[in-house]
Design a protein. Structure first.
Length: 530
């Protein structure tokens, strides 16, 4: 097809880009998941561990993604393709490892896994690092398929709040209502469709007049709503118990497991590991400061996650509920809490609107990864790609929507999967979630760090980051921290400890090792439990 655009669209400026990227990062992960995993893992202590993971692993990997995207001006597949060497020893080693694992499994008769691994090994030989980009685009499909289902529930709950249907006397009633709602195929698929439609409409409009424009409108609204909810929550009698729980660290609850949960969540929450930030980075112009943009995005994402906790826990405690309700915290406990306070339906409406807005700006970034790939690499028109893949993801997501709890509606598919792989997850929804969150994102993050650190090289990446942010590479870190960066005697040309050198060490050694350990632990190949 010859409708390939010749000039790449760019963000109109730093703010447009930062708000779009923050919009991608801030999502269900911050408002739905962060509060409940914090609730389950010891409150304030978990928050501290999470902050450490963000600073030490999240931010360095995010800079890599922005640099990869801006340098190549391409989607994840194109970016890896452009920078991959002809042959890479590391890629070959991984390919051999996967191939051998496949052959080994053949001995044990797990032919499904074996064929899969052998095929993957051969693909790694043929395509090398480009497969990391392919995995990112695939993750765009799988994540959005289940993400959009949960986002759809928020639309349903906005409607229910607006029509005053969330009148639950207790959590058991709220749970029954919720279970009934998500298992109702009409509601589940209908709301999921509406959400995908919104994503398609925005991505269809393009980078500036679609994604950037809507991020600029929606992100301030999101901020305002969360502020209002915090004020409401904190002014309830008894709210301080929730604040105390949230801010007082209980280190006895922290173990290897919670550290790894924090690390995995840092990736999901910052939209790392699947190329969303490579894609958004590819629309940045050379003058922007990648380092300060990263700080802003990471800062905003963390701020909103912390604020979500402050909006939720004080209200939950004030009404006498516990913090460890798990995934049902937001859809079951909160509506019950709101019902007990004056103008409850209004607060519930605001809360679910907040959740929907957060999900929407993340959903568009997931769809954009897929769209950008087909526009850049396959020459599709944006309009066509957005609609076609929005529809494809809607169909895949419909399978998630009807199989949230178990396989009862997809028994045929389950039988096939069981036959091939010998095991399945609890539901199709869980399969997509597990595949994306436990496999694609950590492996993607691992390979993005390794690629930047060892293949493209921190030197080349730094040259890219330097455009628009010379401080990053040249200012002595100690002088910077001491407030002496402009002092002539602290500006020698030979710098040892700069932000860049610290970043390089993280990217080459610390991030890959940490992510690898977290990955092995979550897939069950490494047991760190006491
Ligand atoms: N960061 C989003 C959230 O917190 C989810 C997401 C993951 C979006 C990966 C894009 C890519 O909900």
């Amino acid at each position: 097809m010859s409708d390939k655009p010749t000039i790449r669209e760019h963000w109109s400026g730093a703010w447009g880009f930062i708000l779009a990227a923050a919009g991608s990062a801030i999502g269900l992960g911050n408002i739905w998941k962060f509060p409940y995993i914090t609730g389950e893992n010891g409150g304030g202590a978990f928050v501290l561990v999470y902050l450490l993971c963000i600073a030490v692993i999240g931010a360095p990997v995010m800079i890599c993604e922005f640099a990869l995207g801006r340098h190549t001006q391409r989607n994840p597949v194109g970016a890896f393709q452009a920078l991959s060497p002809k042959t890479s020893v590391l890629a070959h080693l991984v390919g051999i490892g996967v191939l051998l694992a496949g052959l080994f499994l053949l001995l044990f008769g797990s032919w499904g896994w074996s064929v899969l691994l052998i095929a993957l090994g051969l693909l790694i030989f043929r395509y090398g690092w480009t497969l990391v980009g392919v995995m990112g685009v695939t993750a765009g499909f799988t994540i959005l398929s289940f993400y959009s289902v949960v986002a759809g529930w928020t639309i349903g709950y906005i409607w229910k709040a607006a029509t005053n249907q969330l009148n639950f006397a207790n959590v058991a009633m709220a749970k029954e209502h919720f279970d009934h709602f998500i298992l109702h195929p009409g509601w589940a698929i209908g709301c999921h469709f509406l959400f995908m439609l919104l994503c398609v409409l925005i991505v269809y409009k393009g980078v500036r007049s679609g994604i950037e424009r809507w991020s600029k409108i929606l992100m301030p609204v999101l901020f305002l709503i969360i502020l209002v909810l915090i004020v409401r929550s904190l002014t309830l009698p008894g709210a301080m118990a929730g604040v105390r729980f949230y801010l007082t660290p209980d280190f006895s609850k922290i173990n290897a497991n919670s550290v790894l949960i924090a690390l995995g969540h840092a990736f999901f929450s910052l939209s790392l590991g699947m190329g969303a930030m490579i894609t958004y980075g590819s629309y940045i112009s050379r003058e922007e400061n990648l380092f300060s943009a990263t700080l802003s995005v990471v800062g905003l994402d963390t701020l909103i996650a912390l604020m979500a906790g402050l909006a939720i826990f004080p209200a939950v405690f004030a009404q006498g509920f516990g913090p460890d309700a798990g995934p049902g915290l937001v859809f079951q406990v909160l509506p019950t809490v709101f019902h007990q306070i004056p103008f409850g339906a209004f607060w519930a409406f605001l809360f679910f609107l907040l959740l929907m807005i957060a999900a929407l700006t993340s959903g568009i970034s997931l769809l954009e990864v897929v769209t950008a790939y087909f526009v850049d690499e396959r020459g599709w028109a944006r309009h066509r790609a957005a609609v076609a893949f929005g529809l494809a993801i809607f169909l895949l997501g419909s399978l998630c929507a009807i199989s949230v709890a178990d396989w009862s509606r997809l028994e045929g598919l389950q039988a096939v999967l069981l036959k091939i792989f010998g095991t399945t997850k609890a539901s199709f929804f869980d399969t997509m979630d597990n595949l994306s969150s436990n496999w694609f994102l950590p492996l993607g993050g691992l390979f993005i760090a390794l690629f930047t650190g060892w293949i493209w090289g921190t030197k080349h990446a730094l040259d890219e980051i330097r455009h628009g942010s010379s401080n990053f590479g040249d200012v002595h870190l100690f002088s910077l921290l001491a407030g002496l960066k402009d002092d002539p005697s602290h500006n020698s040309r030979i710098h040892v400890v700069t932000l860049a050198s610290l970043w390089g060490i993280f990217i080459r050694f610390i991030s890959p090792v940490a992510v690898l350990i977290a990955f092995l632990h979550t897939v069950g190949w490494l047991d760190l439990r006491p």
